[in-house]
Write a protein that binds this ligand. Structure first.
Ligand code: ADP
Ligand code: ZN
Length: 794
């Protein structure tokens, strides 16, 4: 038998499949991870198929090792990787690795395992193994080679084994029950502990192995256990165990009685769950309409018929309440996968899923590749979120992957949002997705009143230009009533940068064409793309004038201002700086939820999914910052953010109010967010998109050419454009090449070509051809990247 293997070799990132002979007796299947000889090295690879024949018959090498007992990838995922590679111009190996937890992506390590007693006695083994990659001491190396030569030790390949958590358990060695009974008669009368242990062994024979903790829990002392091990009553061994990520839910929740709108949604979706139809539903429900309850009850239905469910959320750390709700309903059946877990925790959760021990998976973007079998329902909450598209290779969109998997499993997919992406909504309009709307809030609270505050004609409270008198008064009113306030500082396209008032100079990163952001707490100016840092200047580096200003409003600055305006109020700040540590999001949100603070001030991360009944005022400090980005979806993103954050107010029985401060109250994205009128916004924005030939009227592909040498990048960009022009015709539009918005990144010059098309049968093949050529020109320091349906274009 011949196995077809995709090898993990950086320099050979091609989709070529290599053939290897499978030695007798090796347990192997599609999706197995293997170690194979490659050139004069040994590398990791994945089996993607088998064949009888090979064109290299006779020269084939043997596959060396199958790494895991259970193939880490399912047949489905292997098939998905092939289709996805075609769709998104990514190499298959990068997709296969993305599908795995990070600890499994790394290549193997070589270890030395002792086999003879002589070797085991060597102090450096410490009863374990020796990592060969870690030793450099020549004396030790000599010793190792000697051990190998004499057959005292062997080399093995170890793959991420360190990531597995081990637990010591005590087991009953092979000895009959009678044996234990006999032992019992021999134990001294006053050795109470020993008697107790033997009784336990005798009565609970079947319950072994047990952990030390379990036995100590029965009041059997450590000393007794140790002596029992010594006497041979108990054996001791290491077994694999799982780390338990923190469970956010405190108690179990019961299904709520659905209202009419929820019921209709539930009926439509569960019918397709039962009939195994791969329909995509767009569940458009105003904030607070109870989409979550619909998700939970449809998941129940899938479980009831013996299938599993996959649920994606934008970023778990930002929506801990959603995870908590799923855990509260489904308990131990839930596995969570997201970046706030440690690598080890992720790995353990992933293995629980692969082994079929978890039936419901909740996770962020990459969880769309969770190795669940027999999926009966897929849900993408807040489907409009940009985080569902990966902005580095492989550039997949979780929504498209979910659609693929829903077809494979014949199960429905729910896309939920209060503000669906224009693309999804347009597909629903066309009948490709089925639209279900929830117009009422679940507890029939009114939507909050929204006021726009025109910053051009307003007085500011305090000495800064951040908080208007109107907003300050509204905040004071809530503080007096002991209600809570959420304040949003929109950071999209926004930074504290340095501007010289004398010469107009803006301090930029020396590597990137981007202004540096000031961080007052650490005292540095930092580039948020490449990480470059320098000291905060005291005079202009260009004209040496001291009249420099730091523009922009940071959360820290607003926090200080709030402290001056409302000295008695307790403020919690939530931004990248305060949430860097693991678990800090949850901590801040829990504190706020328990009423430990009056005001929650934060960036975008507070806009989504939060449900705090005592919040009756939401203030937006600056609605416009994202509006003027050179980005076709700037309006959509602004409308979305304002609507989402407005939805955080008045979610319980107290009436909510929203105040949006803006310099552009007449801009439709802002004016319509006041009315929270998605329908009107959709209609208006579609007109704008049509006029500008933007998505969803056109599909887009962005080709980025990068080089340290600007001329080379530009020259190659023009070459590519010429090829595209020759092959593609009206109404396809080819824009560029032009320097990218951020024209220089990490010292690379970037040129971009944007292709907008309605239908181009040849385009995919053409781009693949370009990609293959790109592999060639890599040698000259040029790279070409292809991004289908980019989130931002020029
Ligand atoms: P969405 O996700 O659509 O913004 P949520 O799912 O957060 O809305 O629901 C808003 C509130 O309404 C929550 O507090 C939820 O517990 C409550 N809720 C949802 N459905 C029902 C129902 N059928 N009966 C009573 N309360 C409900
Ligand atoms: Zn930089």
């Amino acid at each position: 038998m011949i196995a077809q293997v995709i090898v993990d070799v950086a320099a050979r990132q091609t989709d070529r499949v290599f053939d290897y002979l499978v030695p007798e007796g090796l347990e192997i299947s599609i999706g197995s991870r293997v170690i194979v000889p490659f050139g004069n090295r040994k590398v990791q690879g994945f089996v993607v198929g088998f064949s009888e024949k090979s064109q290299f018959q006779g020269q084939l090498k043997d596959l060396l090792l199958v790494v895991d007992e259970m193939p880490p990838l399912t047949k489905e995922l292997v098939a998905l990787s092939a289709d996805l590679a075609q769709q998104i111009f990514a190499y298959r190996i990068s997709i296969l690795k993305t599908m795995l937890p990070s600890v499994m992506r790394a290549n193997y390590r070589k270890i030395l395992v002792p086999v003879s007693d002589r070797a085991k006695a060597m102090p450096f083994f410490a009863g374990d193994v020796l990592d060969l990659s870690k030793i450099s001491d020549p004396h030790l190396l000599k010793l190792v080679s000697q051990l190998l030569k004499n057959g005292d030790a062997e080399v093995e390949y170890l793959v991420e084994d360190k990531a597995k958590k081990k637990m010591t358990v005590l087991y009953t060695p092979l000895l009959s029950l009678e044996g234990y009974q006999e032992l019992l008669t021999k134990v001294k009368k006053n050795a109470v502990q020993q008697q107790k242990l033997l009784t336990d062994l005798f009565e609970n024979f079947a319950a072994y192995p047990k952990t030390r903790e379990q036995l100590e829990g029965q009041k059997i002392s450590l000393a007794t256990l140790n002596s029992a091990v010594k006497k041979g009553w108990l054996g001791q061994k290491q077994v694999e165990s799982y780390r338990k990520p923190a469970v956010l839910a405190k108690e179990k929740s019961q299904p709520k009685k659905l209202n009419d709108e929820q019921e209709a949604a539930y009926e439509a979706i569960t019918q397709d769950v039962q009939e195994r139809k791969s329909q995509t539903f767009l569940l458009e429900g105003v904030t607070g309409s109870g989409k979550t309850e619909v998700y939970l009850q449809t998941i129940s239905e899938a479980l009831k018929i013996g299938r599993t469910a996959l649920m994606l959320v934008p970023e778990i750390s930002l929506t801990p309440q959603m995870v908590a709700q799923v855990q509260a309903r489904f308990g131990k059946e839930v596995a969570v996968l997201h970046s706030a877990l440690s690598e080890g925790e992720r790995y353990d959760e992933w293995r629980r899923i692969r082994r079929g021990q978890a039936k419901v998976v909740v996770g962020a973007r990459s969880a769309v590749f969770a190795p669940l079998d027999n999926i009966g329902l897929i849900i993408i909450d807040e489907e409009h979120e940009g985080t569902y598209k990966q902005d580095k290779n492989p550039r997949y969109h979780a929504r498209d992957v979910a659609i693929w998997r829903s077809r494979y499993h014949h199960c429905p997919l729910i896309l939920g949002s209060a503000t669906p992406s224009l693309g999804s909504r347009a597909r629903a309009q066309k009948g490709l997705f089925k639209l279900i709307t929830l117009k009422k809030r679940a507890k029939s609270q009114a939507l909050p009143r929204v006021d726009l505050i025109d910053l051009k004609h307003v007085q500011f409270a305090g000495g800064q230009f951040d908080i208007s008198v109107n907003l300050a008064e509204a905040i004071q009113k809530r503080l007096d009533r002991r209600e809570q306030v959420i304040l949003l500082l929109n950071r999209r396209g926004f930074a504290n940068f340095m501007l010289c008032r004398n010469c107009g100079y803006v301090l930029k990163c020396p590597n990137c064409d981007l202004s540096l952001t000031m961080h007052k707490d650490t005292g540095v100016m930092q580039c948020h793309y490449c990480g470059h840092q320098e000291a905060i200047p005291t005079f202009c580096p260009n004209c040496h004038d001291r009249q420099i200003r730091f523009l922009g409003t940071g959360t820290q600055k607003v926090e200080e201002e709030l402290g001056e305006l409302f000295p008695a109020a307790k403020v919690l700040r939530m931004d990248v700086d305060t949430t860097r540590r693991k678990g800090s999001y949850e901590k801040i949100l829990t504190a706020f939820g328990q009423g430990e603070a009056d005001i929650l001030l934060g960036t975008q991360m507070i806009a989504k999914g939060l449900d705090f009944p005592n919040v009756t005022l939401v203030g937006v400090i600056n609605a416009d910052t994202g509006l003027w980005l050179p980005d076709y979806n700037a309006s959509e993103k602004t409308f979305e953010l304002l609507t989402q954050v407005a939805g955080r107010a008045g979610r319980a029985d107290k009436e909510g109010q929203v105040m949006i401060q803006t310099y552009n109250p007449d801009h439709y994205a802002i004016a319509l967010s006041q009315k929270q009128d998605y329908e009107l916004f959709y209609a208006k924005e579609m007109q704008v998109r049509r006029a500008g030939n933007y998505p969803p009227y056109f599909y887009t592909v962005l080709v980025t050419i990068a080089s340290k040498n600007e001329q080379n990048a530009a020259r190659e960009a023009f070459n590519i454009k010429r090829v595209l022009m020759a092959q593609l015709h009206q109404p396809t539009i080819i824009l560029g090449p032009a320097p990218a918005t951020v024209s220089r990144l990490k010292n690379q010059y970037l040129y971009q070509i944007l292709v907008k098309y309605k239908k181009e049968d040849k385009l995919n093949a053409l781009l693949h051809q370009l990609q293959d050529q790109a592999q060639e020109i890599k040698k000259y320091g040029l790279t070409v990247e292809i991004d289908t349906e980019p989130e931002r274009i020029m």
